[in-house]
Ligand binder design. Structure first.
Ligand code: SAH
Length: 414
């Protein structure tokens, strides 16, 4: 390994022609990366040796320790707080289409092992070795979401790799969402391959749905709760079920298919609820699924006044703690909605309480559920702890990848 006068690092042994600018870390700042993490924060960089302003945004860099030893390749965004992400440990494989093809094949192998049908999250960013990239597969339609400038620079290679490994009929870039703002990336929807139909079919555990990818939430579907929804079969037969923040009814319609006697789905979006009704009809349970379009907090309050009761209440809301500084306020919102859900439960009923907020730790979620119950003079038994489905693997060194938490609880009178 040499460093020439420009600060470029050349790897002599394996790839004589490859040269990358070196990103030099301060002393000791390589330790977290060596332990498995993939992010470099801008305050960890030795900016005297490698000034961030001298890098081209999005370019590939050799990440080096304070001793000058390059230990991996990554991409850089000098303007972002997370200024670089490690993509390849070692220097043998350049970050290009063939590396992405390899990572995609490894990712695909897992999903094929997990699910009989081609509906799943194919790539979950850092946890699949492709930081900043999400790919959701809906059979022959693949939806991509990029969250970083470095991955945006690899966009064409990603698309080529997907066309090689998956060969979808249609590929969609649904590049929106708040994370892009952190990297000053524009938001856009683009369909570089095929035609995106107004509705795309999703099959989850044999239950049929149709989602509007362009206008729906996130990529159109929440695969992260799929494995958790598989647990409904043991909880809902013969029961009245309330699905709060239902979106297109993944929990609710699956409950009805699993034998619930009656299901009510609550969401503020009329289009989402139209999809609930369509899915219920398509799966032969239209007579047991009802929808309420309203703010969830208002709807639950009203149902309480009307003395409605449910045996199972599912609360799977959008993230209430979007930023760390929103923690106190967001936690209060969770507490209020969980309490409202418990007030609608029949005696010894089941509450499924979830949070997809990165900044809401598992322990805080459980405390919140317990505090809500105690405030109502009830007690909770935790029957199961939930996390995101296996097609969203957790990266053990990156707590942010462990974002979805939930508890299945039985709520007793006191
Ligand atoms: N539980 C769903 C995903 C929920 S996404 C699933 O498993 O697929 C969040 C949903 O909450 C969206 O459909 C959005 O329209 C709805 N929503 C957001 N704020 C709301 C509010 N205050 N009241 C009711 N619905 C709300």
């Amino acid at each position: 390994m040499n460093q020439d006068s420009d600060g470029a690092v050349e790897h002599e042994a394996d790839e004589p022609g490859i040269e990358y600018p070196g990103l030099f870390l301060k002393k000791g700042e390589d330790a977290r990366l060596r332990q498995g993490h993939l992010w470099v924060f801008s305050n960890e960089v030795d900016t005297g040796r490698s000034p961030l302003t001298e890098f081209t945004p999005g370019e590939i860099v050799a990440i080096c320790d304070a001793g000058g030893r390059a230990f991996g390749l990554g991409y850089i965004n000098p303007q972002a707080l997370i200024c670089a992400r490690l993509v390849e440990r070692g220097l043998r494989h350049p970050i290009d289409k063939s590396l992405i093809v390899h990572r995609l094949k490894v990712a695909l192998e897992l999903r094929k092992q997990l699910y009989a049908e081609p509906f799943y999250r194919l790539v979950f960013g850092e946890a699949d070795g492709l930081p900043g990239l999400v790919l959701d597969r809906f059979d022959d339609v693949v939806v991509g979401q990029i969250g970083t400038l470095g991955m945006e620079s690899l966009r064409d290679a990603v698309l080529e790799a997907v066309m090689k490994v998956i060969k979808p009929r249609c590929f969609v870039w649904k590049n929106n969402g708040s994370v892009r703002k952190l990297e000053a990336l524009p938001e856009y929807l683009e369909v570089p391959v095929g035609t995106l139909e107004p509705l795309t079919r999703v099959v989850e555990a044999g239950v049929e749905f149709a989602v509007d990818i362009a206008n729906g939430q996130k990529t159109g579907w929440f695969y992260d709760q799929r494995d958790n929804r598989d647990r409904l079969a043991r909880l809902v037969p013969g029961k009245r079920v309330l699905d709060v923040f239902s979106y297109v009814g993944a929990w609710g319609v699956r409950s009805a298919v699993a034998g619930a006697s009656e299901v009510v789905c609550v969401d503020s979006s009329a289009t989402a609820l139209a999809a609930v009704t369509a899915a219920a009809a398509a799966n032969g349970c239209g007579d047991r699924v009802r929808t309420i379009q309203a703010d969830a907090f208002d709807a639950l309050k009203k149902m309480r006044q009307e003395r409605e009761r449910f045996d199972v209440v599912i609360i799977d809301p959008p993230a209430f703690v979007k930023r760390k500084k929103d923690f106190a306020e967001g936690r209060l919102a969770y507490r209020r909605i969980f309490e409202a859900g418990m007030q609608l439960l029949s005696r010894d009923g089941i509450l499924i309480a979830c949070s997809c907020s990165h900044h809401m730790p598992r322990s805080a979620l459980l405390d919140t559920i317990n505090q809500g119950a105690r405030h109502l003079d009830r007690s909770v038994q935790v029957l199961a702890q939930l996390q995101q489905s296996a097609d969203h693997p957790v990266h053990p060194a990156i707590p942010e990848t462990d974002y979805l938490k939930g508890y299945i609880c039985r709520v007793l009178p006191s």
